[in-house]
Design a protein around this ligand. Sequence first.
Ligand code: NAI
Length: 335
Amino acid sequence: MKIVVFSAQPYDERSFDEVLQRDYASRGFELIYQKATLSVQTVALAEGSEAVCAFVNDQLDAPVLETLHGYGVRAILLRCAGFNNIDLEAARRLGLFVARVPAYSPEAVAEHTVALILALNRQIHRAYNRVREGNFMLDGLLGFNLHGKTVGVVGTGKIGMATARILKGFGCRVLGLDLYETAEFAALGEYVALDVLLAESDVVSLHCPLSDATRHLIGAASLARIKPGAMLVNTSRGGLIDTHAVVAALKSRRLSALAIDVYEQESQLFFHDRSSDIIDDDVFMRLMTFPNVIVTGHQGFFTVEALREIAETTLHNLDCFVSGRACGNVLAGDT
Ligand code: NAI
């Protein structure tokens, strides 16, 4: 059985090949790695396959799904947790099997979130450059103690909870917001309404999925209610933030700092080497000019453990589809 793996990077090939040979050598799965991002322009690469494997910036809208279905593709294997990039209604209509990797080391993303908070607060990105240039002055690098500060966690699921646990360990007061409140979070923090979370948090960290309800959750209106001088961190999905409004809030000093691992228009940039190109995204380039902004290119998940779990769960999902066994990770389809 042929499976085309879109947006494949060398590290994907290594981790998938390792798990394939270790656990599924006799199953006849043939993985065909394609660097291209899946879109209407590249969907033809899937011709002749029965399944495709997609990542966060692959576009699985109705036209792409219909073309895949026409080629004989019957299974879509998302090797990520978020599923905002697939039209599930269209997938169901076409009778496609769709499965995802609901959790791959939530601690990986939580630890990256905390790394961003610490780096931004203590200006590690600037200190690194200064020291390498022989400048040992401290002026301009002043941070604050995280101990005793209030951190607002929007979305207290697996990653939000792992983040809250670490920050609690730093001695922070942790506020939370979720549609479904859990006893696990309530044991270490306090659930509050969005307005209270925004008004009281020194650091606001986003961990809810992107949906119609959460798109631009942080925009001009919410930034007007955020505590003056708050730090904003987003390691969830770029669309949670209205970047224009955030740039305005940085310029007006309403926000003291911003760290993002995700960006609304990231598909043009992230996971590609654009170092020799003229980047024509003016909003992104404006962000790059702020000394109090750190951007990483969607690397929150990028640990040895998470890559292994992604490959293991994705191939397990495929095996369930092929053998008709029950699969707990299905978003659409029968098993
Ligand atoms: P999860 O499903 O365990 O938790 C998400 C939580 O958000 C749930 O508790 C849900 O009830 C809550 N939620 C949903 N809508 C909400 C709303 N309108 N307001 C407040 N809370 C809401 O998901 P998990 O594993 O914690 O992942 C969270 C997000 O992190 C994913 O959706 C994904 O976009 C992102 N992610 C980022 C990665 C990276 O590399 N930067 C890697 C993996 C996931």
